[in-house]
Design a protein around this ligand. Structure first.
Ligand SMILES: *Cc1c(COP(=O)(O)O)cnc(C)c1O
Length: 379
């Protein structure tokens, strides 16, 4: 069986040397001083990718563990949480905050429009005494970027702890957490870093640690409780046995990403060419503006459904793209161009397969999207 080209917005394709890193022999990570050093070096690499001086932790669990553990650790019952809810993940974070007993105030908006700094200012004029805010940088299902450079300072100025889900943008789109006032930034191994799924990581600012330390309410969680990680380095002790193989892979993936100085330009250039080609061909992107450089969401053309498109792409052309879920199910298809997927030739093959497949399903392209894509890359 031919292996498909995985062009989904995470999990992404994993480079050979990252896969090889996983095959290294094991150690006992709770007892081996070399492993503590290795883990600390990985945290240092991730600090560079996150572009922060804050402490970074790598947790053994899928990307969602970053979201869940941050909220479980930071929220005390009765805390007032502002959730920017203009997408599936934004709305999901609001639900998680409710699970932990927060009084949640939602800033709701269409899933096709970014939240602006102005709107955040306005809601903060009405809603006083907010303890914490949740912000999604890249709303992956909608291919949309919220302008966190204007949103975070508005929150930070008022002493609100900010939790930023940058799982699908981190490493592909530049962020400045320390300048903008992001207290907690969340990431996952299987997006831009292009390591296998299985690890979550996050940064915690001194203010975030302070909120965790000052907690008065009891903490029913164990695995999700970040407080257990507070002094792992001094004590040389992990709260639970880390996933050694996944950590080997993530370290190699982080090194690969850091070795590439123009990674942000690569994402911007290729994403720009993909968008230009799709639009010139007559397709309509999902967001009204605020397009992500890591994933493109396209409105399903009238009369064509995703399962037919997917079957054609996967079975005839060996290219795997994604649909969407929840409220966007059936409404969009998505092409991931993050990390290892963000290569000129991979997007060429993807667009070629897409053009063939959509023509077969009855879509009339206004122009040859491959020509536009190549022209755009060369311009
Ligand atoms: C991928 C992703 C996550 C992690 O969730 P998955 O279970 O890996 O889908 C969290 N937030 C965002 C914005 C993501 O794109």
């Amino acid at each position: 069986m031919r292996e498909p080209l995985i062009m989904t917005p995470g999990p992404t394709e994993v480079a050979e040397e990252v896969r090889q890193a996983m095959a290294q022999n094991f150690t006992n990570p709770d007892l081996d001083p070399q492993f503590f050093k290795f883990y600390a070096e990985l945290c240092g690499d991730l600090q560079k990718i996150l572009n922060t001086k804050s402490q970074v932790l790598v947790l053994s669990g899928e990307g969602m563990l970053a979201l869940d553990s941050a909220l479980a650790s930071l929220i005390e019952p009765g805390d007032r949480v502002l959730a920017l809810s203009n997408g599936i993940f934004g709305n999901g974070l609001a639900g998680m905050a409710e699970n932990y007993g927060a009084e949640v105030i939602k800033l709701e908006k269409s899933y096709s429009e970014p939240v602006t700094g102005r709107e955040v200012e306005e809601i903060l004029e009405q809603e006083k005494e907010i303890d914490l805010a949740t912000v999604v940088h890249c709303e992956t299902p909608a291919g949309l970027i919220n302008p966190i450079e204007e949103i975070l300072p508005a929150l930070n100025e008022r002493g609100i702890i900010t939790v930023v889900d940058a799982v699908s943008s981190l490493g592909g789109i530049e962020i400045k957490p320390d300048d903008w006032g992001a207290d907690v930034v969340l990431g996952g191994s299987q997006k831009v870093l292009s390591a296998p799924p299985g690890l979550a990581f996050l940064s915690l600012s001194p203010s975030a640690w302070e909120k965790i330390e000052k907690r008065k309410a009891s903490q029913p969680a164990f695995y999700l409780n970040l407080k257990l990680w507070q002094d792992w380095q001094e004590k040389q002790e992990f709260p639970y046995t880390p996933s050694v193989s996944d950590i080997y892979a993530l370290k190699k993936a982080a090194e690969r990403l850091l070795a590439e100085e123009d990674r942000y330009q690569r994402h911007a250039r290729i994403a720009g060419a993909v968008r230009k080609a799709l639009q010139a061909g007559g397709l309509i992107l999902y967001p009204d503006f605020g397009y992500s450089d890591t994933v493109t969401a396209v409105r399903m053309p009238d009369g064509i459904n995703f399962s037919d498109l997917n079957r054609e792409m996967l079975e005839k052309h060996g290219v795997m793209i994604a649909g969407a879920f929840a409220e966007l199910s059936g409404k969009v298809f998505r092409i991931g161009h993050m990390g290892e997927n963000c290569r000129e030739e991979k997007l060429y093959l993807t667009l070629k397969a897409l053009q063939h497949s959509l023509v077969k399903l009855g879509f009339n392209f206004q122009q040859d999207i491959l020509k536009i894509y190549v022209n755009e890359l060369n311009s």
